[in-house]
Design a protein around this ligand. Structure first.
Ligand code: GTP
Ligand code: MG
Length: 181
């Protein structure tokens, strides 16, 4: 590859409704984010949020070595689960965001790992636990327990999706896993 041809990689943010996928991409993207927000249709989501992603989010960030990362966010409503399979096409890594204040966040992690099992057989993931400022139960150890029972090797961090440094930590970890994994 010539120096002019910049490396391009694609990461996908997925995870439960309201975990902060759109927020995280918006805070770290260096271009105005393309979002597809609409009123939620699922009863459990209407209670939680005034708007939800219905197709995808898209943002971009360029690393110091000029690698461009294309950031895609999936919708959280279950009826749009098929979008995960579309958006992961050609992706090299996944950020799974779980809202720790969800009714059953450990089951949510299990759900998204199962939904993306085929992708994760060949690609890397990092797990971000958001809303940890609201509740620290379950703990990060509890998430590692779920992963260990499944035999999954992914790192888990508690993050605030509104904090650029926290989102950068997730992306840097994924990039490092690609480089050394
Ligand atoms: N207290 C708290 N709020 C957070 C945290 N992370 C994100 N938020 C807030 O939680 C909400 C997340 O909303 P979105 O970014 O739309 O979530 P999403 O994952 O894109 O949701 P869907 O598209 O509906 O699936 C926003 O209001 C954020 O400001 C966190 O760690 N703590
Ligand atoms: Mg969203």
């Amino acid at each position: 590859m010539s120096p002019e041809q910049k490396q391009q990689i694609k990461f996908v943010f997925t995870g439960c409704v309201g975990a902060g996928k759109t927020t995280a991409i918006s805070i770290i993207s260096e271009i105005p984010v393309i979002s597809t927000e609409a009123k939620p249709s699922e009863a459990s989501v209407i209670k939680r949020k005034a708007s939800t992603t219905v197709a995808m989010d898209y943002g971009e960030i360029t690393l110091a070595d000029q690698t461009k990362i294309h950031l895609y966010g999936t919708p959280g409503q279950r009826r749009f689960d098929f979008m995960c399979h579309i958006l992961t096409e050609g992706a090299l890594g996944m950020v799974i965001l779980i809202d720790n204040s969800h009714e059953d966040p450990l089951a949510e992690l299990d759900y998204f790992l199962n939904l993306n099992a085929a992708f994760l057989q060949k690609n890397a993931a990092v797990i971000g636990i958001s809303h940890y400022d609201i509740t620290t139960e379950p703990s990060i150890d509890d998430y590692y327990q779920v992963l260990s029972e499944r035999g999954d090797p992914w790192p888990v961090f508690h993050v605030d999706a509104r904090e650029v440094n926290d989102v950068a930590l997730l992306l840097n970890t994924l990039v490092t896993m690609l480089e050394y994994g």
